[in-house]
Design a protein around this ligand. Structure first.
Ligand code: MIG
Length: 818
């Protein structure tokens, strides 16, 4: 694979690299120490028992942890013991100890189980480059020295360590042996796995070593590189092209622990409106209101689920953001109301560039208020994008963000319910696929910075402006923001979609690992364009992609101008039926997916996760990136090749039931799954309740009654939780939600199911909860489920169906076989 070239071992110390020498302690505080090493200030602080921060401010630079990635909060490290002798300073929390050896300054960690991690390389440690040398991106006249030199930390790469995450990546799940670049770009069309950096940058890696995880986050919005044992198998280095080196070490020890802390640091995915979990249909572009109506009607007539329609740039007036094309969309309000009446929600695109046009109020107002980026000479920075010559809001300026947010008013007033932030790397046309030059100035409303210093944050800041604007304008609704670009923490502003993929099997294959790594980087709400953007999809590709796509947190079909249209009914009856069936399954799964979103919101756990999330001790899972878990209950192994209907599936420990045949497999096992079109390889974990709604084509089409818990009982036990609320608004914060635990125990032919008492005050219009026990081989001898329950056994389906009245009280079902 691309960045895993064979290289000869590099010289120990790269040219111009200066490692820090001896350190002396300056101050010791309750949970941290400050040291001086040469002209550098170094701080090490315990923020939580399992979270440490290291700040390295070389050459007299001021201590500064300000960052767009972080949410502000008071950290509680718990008791910290600070120790010091002539050689070493230690900071011990209840979970781990940070060791700082003083001569020379080197930092490392161990936990109370004796595991060592994130150990500085003894020889190279932390340091800076005396000259930019051949490092890219720093060729900038900077007499005042604000930028600072390139900085780097070398860590030891221990033999068993595997690196994951790294944000938005193609290539395999496991990034060990690769070199990763963090610099947001709009890559040329048809990128392959050779394209390392894409639209979003999250300089975070989750490291697994023999079942135990730790994490590393380098918080810098300039160009960052991670060398994950690529240059040297015994080292990993993490560097920024200029400025300070501020990094965070997460001690784990489970992947879930790491993500919980990482999302506590950088923010949680907000709860989305429920409709946002349904299917979306997009095209670059639906060009007229009539075309949009036609698409909407087709979905309903053809009985194919769809909750959201996307309007791309041709719906704008000359590509001017926040306008409507008067010819194609003469009455947007009328159109959107009509769509709403049919159960659709409309999402509109907003690009970063503002057309330079003296007769365009958005442009003139931003200019009058001085909210745009500047050239080094102080003029408005301009470049070409879709509308022609454009200028670019300085989203680092809080006033510009507020102003931008307010510009969304006419869209929301017309009935738009979601904002699609595009071209926000920012992507520029001169030269093609470029971004702003490093010396463009972001005046920042007082704190001016060069573009290079904030480049990777630009997209996140634009998404933040859209989200905050939506919240101000529609405080009672949950914002729906989709962004192409982003930085660490983007998850609290927007969902991320992975930009312009291609309608190829290769891209379908790539997206599995891509979404797993995004999820491991805090972005649980993510998706790739189903069917692929560039190029012509085929029916088989779209069908297979939809089989996978319904398990993406974000499920949307989108395609490019001048390619074959890609709506699910355009490839013949056979493929249409498969897409219909799959999207109906997605819609039935919404209560499950919503439960996962709430978990993601609360804990940072991704929705679509690698197998190792649940099985970190099972090393076979580290490279199993052509399959994944959707939450705890489902394992999905998509087919990503044409003409293929069998594939290898690895099932980790536990008992699994094949969704379609009901066949039981006890893992760990390697199996050959038969997965003809329309029956993708999906497995359900034994004794784990899967909540399903009745079939629907959009959220709110009818009352979701009954709610069904599907269970596959099997000797042993399992549990699941279920969460629901109104699906929009904020009443859940006032206690109007429902959470319950569902357990299933099976012993000696006796099945015991318990639906725990409802936590939370949500009232239901629904009247029944159904429990559907599958793979029950024969009519049970006795079923006890309380007086108000009814049950029936379906011998052909091998299902026992128990209907319970919907109440907040707990329910118990006891089934005796034979
Ligand atoms: O330069 O708005 O990734 O989804 O359809 C292309 C047109 C601009 C890029 C987005 C794509 C969108 C397209 N946009």
């Amino acid at each position: 694979m691309p960045s895993k070239r064979m290289t000869t071992r590099k010289p120990a110390s790269p040219p111009g690299y200066q490692t820090v020498g001896r350190a002396t302690t300056i101050t010791k505080e309750a949970s941290g120490v400050c040291l001086r090493a040469d002209s550098a200030t170094v701080e090490l602080t315990a923020l939580a028992p399992d979270l440490f921060r290291v700040g390295f401010f070389p050459q007299g630079r001021a201590v500064d942890y300000g960052s767009v990635a972080l949410v502000s909060r008071d950290w509680q490290s718990g008791p910290v013991t600070v120790g010091e002798d002539a050689e070493e300073v230690t900071l011990a929390t209840s979970a781990a100890t940070a060791h700082i050896s003083l001569e020379p300054l080197r930092i490392g960690f161990d936990d109370h189980a004796g595991r060592e991690f994130a150990l500085d390389d003894p020889e190279l440690g932390m340091g800076w480059f005396t000259a930019p040398g051949d490092l890219p991106g720093v060729d900038l006249a900077n007499q005042s020295g604000t930028l600072g030199k390139p900085v780097r930390v070398y860590k030891q790469h221990r033999a068993g360590e595997h690196y994951f995450g790294c944000g938005e990546r193609t290539g395999e799940l496991d990034k060990t042996g690769s070199h990763q670049i963090f610099w947001n770009v709009d890559p040329p069309p048809g990128h392959t796995a050779l394209q390392n950096n894409l639209y979003a940058s999250i300089p975070f890696t989750l490291v697994l070593d023999a079942g135990r995880a730790w994490g590393f986050f380098l918080d810098s919005t300039t160009r960052v590189e991670f060398d994950l044992a690529h240059d040297d198998p015994q080292r990993a280095w993490f560097g920024a092209s200029n400025g300070d080196l501020v990094y965070y070490v997460f001690c784990g020890p489970t992947p879930a622990d790491v993500l919980a802390r990482y999302t506590e640091l950088t923010g949680h995915t907000p709860l989305p409106p429920l409709w946002a979990l349904g299917n979306g249909q997009s095209r670059f572009s639906y060009e007229t209101a009539e075309e949009v109506r036609e698409i909407a009607r087709s979905f309903r007539e053809r009985d194919i689920p769809c909750d959201a329609l996307y309007l791309d740039i041709d719906a704008l007036d000359g590509y001017r953001v926040f306008t409507w094309n008067p010819a194609g969309f003469p009455d947007p309000e009328g159109l959107l109301a009509e769509l709403r009446g049919m159960g659709f929600h409309t999402v509109s695109i907003v690009d970063a560039g503002v057309k330079v046009d003296e007769h365009y109020p958005v442009y003139t107002e931003g200019k009058e208020r001085d909210l745009y980026c500047k050239t080094p000479q102080g003029n408005e920075y301009q470049n070409a994008v879709w509308p022609g010559i454009c200028t670019f809001p300085d989203f680092t300026n809080p006033e510009a963000r507020r102003w931008w947010g307010d510009q969304h008013r006419p869209l929301l007033d017309a009935g738009v319910e979601g904002i699609w932030a595009d071209m926000n790397e920012p992507a520029l046309f001169i030269p093609p696929n470029s971004t702003m030059p490093p010396d463009v100035i972001h005046p920042g409303g007082g704190k001016a910075q060069f573009h290079i210093q904030v480049h990777n944050a630009y997209g996140s800041l634009m998404a933040q402006a859209a989200r905050e604007g939506s919240l101000r304008l529609r405080p009672e609704r949950r914002p729906f923001i989709i962004s192409r670009s982003g930085y660490a923490g983007i998850q609290r502003h927007a969902l991320l979609w992975t930009g312009d993929n291609s309608s190829t099997w290769e891209h379908l294959t790539m997206s599995l690992a891509q979404l797993q790594n995004l999820g491991l980087s805090g972005v649980g709400w993510a998706g790739v364009d189903i069917g692929g953007f560039y190029g012509d999809a085929t029916g088989e590709l779209l069908a297979r992609w939809t089989e996978f796509g319904i398990f993406q947190a974000f499920c949307r079909n989108h395609s490019e101008k001048q390619t074959r249209h890609q709506e699910p009914w355009l490839f013949g009856e056979r493929y249409e039926s498969i897409c219909r069936a799959m999207l109906k399954l997605r819609q039935r799964l919404l209560p499950y997916l919503y439960t996962l979103f709430e978990e993601c919101h609360r804990t940072g756990a991704p929705i679509l996760r690698p197998l190792f999330w649940a099985y970190p001790e099972d090393k076979a899972t580290y490279s199993m990136d052509d399959e994944f878990l959707c939450g705890d209950t489902l394992l999905v192994a998509p087919i990503t090749r044409p003409g293929v209907e069998y594939r290898h599936v690895y099932l980790p420990a536990g008992s699994w039931f094949h969704l379609w045949t009901g066949a039981r497999i006890d893992g760990p096992a390697h199996v050959l799954a038969h997965a003809p079109l329309g029956q993708p390889a999906i497995y359900v974990r034994a004794n784990t309740a899967l909540p399903l709604w009745p079939e629907m084509n959009y959220v709110g089409q009818r009352e979701a009654d009954p709610l069904t818990f599907v269970l596959h009982p099997c000797e042993g036990s399992g549990s699941a939780t279920f969460y629901e609320d109104a699906g929009d608004g904020y009443e859940h914060l006032n206690g109007f939600y429902a959470r319950r635990a569902i357990t299933c125990e099976v012993e000696a032919g006796h099945i015991h199911v318990e639906i725990g008492e409802q936590e939370g005050a949500l009232l239901h219009a629904r009247r029944h909860t159904r429990v559907e026990l599958r793979e029950i081989a024969s009519e049970p001898g006795a079923v006890h489920a309380g007086k108000a329950a009814t049950w029936r056994y379906e011998p052909e389906q091998r299902r026992l169906i128990v209907d319970l009245p919907e109440t907040a009280a707990s329910h118990v079902i006891d089934v005796s076989m034979g």
